[in-house]
Design a protein around this ligand. Structure first.
Ligand code: FES
Length: 195
């Protein structure tokens, strides 16, 4: 009689329990993929943090904070991962992540360019400033550039009406703007060219 070959299924060690199968395979070196996913190391960092939590009080908030620090925001895949790891539903994770303003479900730009559209700035030509910014950055208001360097928003009066029209980039206020000034100002916040 021919002997049946046995299939041995190795159980993950204690520290690896709870990983999604794909992540577990990568951790244990059994992954079939030739090219590791770019963000695996970020998920590993998140999992290490989750594994380190002994106190279960407020665990979801703490994990979401940590995940946002790692990923910069909380995309749906990260929410699913957290839900799996904590044994919660995606609806519960999403509910908490979307309730608090601190959490961002969309990628954030490194520099947010906010153009004031208060009355004084509007009268002094803020719309032309926005048009120039949209042209220079290649995006519309509410969008971010593909390299996530710049985001473009409009705001209400920021209390610097004497400098109208005004825009804020990061912590800096730029006033008495003309469209001609925009390229040079953006250049100051652009990535230094390599080489
Ligand atoms: S209206 Fe723009 S700063 Fe006040």
């Amino acid at each position: 009689m021919q002997r049946q070959s046995a299939t041995i299924i190795e159980q993950p060690s204690e520290g690896l329990r709870g990983f999604e199968p794909e992540i577990l395979e990568r951790r244990t070196g059994n992954c079939c993929c030739d090219t590791p996913k770019e963000q695996d190391h970020l998920y590993f960092r998140l999992d290490d943090f989750i594994d380190s939590l002994s106190d279960q009080d407020g665990v979801l908030i703490r994990v979401l904070h940590h995940a946002q620090n790692i990923f910069g925001y909380l995309p749906r895949e990260v929410q699913i991962h957290i839900a799996n790891r904590l044994g919660k539903s995606l609806a519960e994770v999403y509910g908490v992540a979307s309730f608090y303003h601190y959490f961002s479900l969309e990628p954030k730009a490194e520099f947010t360019v906010e153009v004031c559209m208060g009355t004084a700035c509007y009268v002094k030509g803020a719309a032309n400033i926005i048009s120039e910014l949209e042209k220079e950055l290649g995006i519309k208001v509410g969008q971010i550039t593909s390299d996530q360097r710049f985001g473009l928003k409009v705001s209400r009066c920021i209390g610097a009406c004497g400098l109208a029209p005004v825009m804020v980039i990061g912590e800096d206020i730029h006033g008495r703007l003309t469209p001609e000034m925009i390229p040079e100002i953006l250049q100051r916040y652009s990535k230094p060219k390599e080489g």
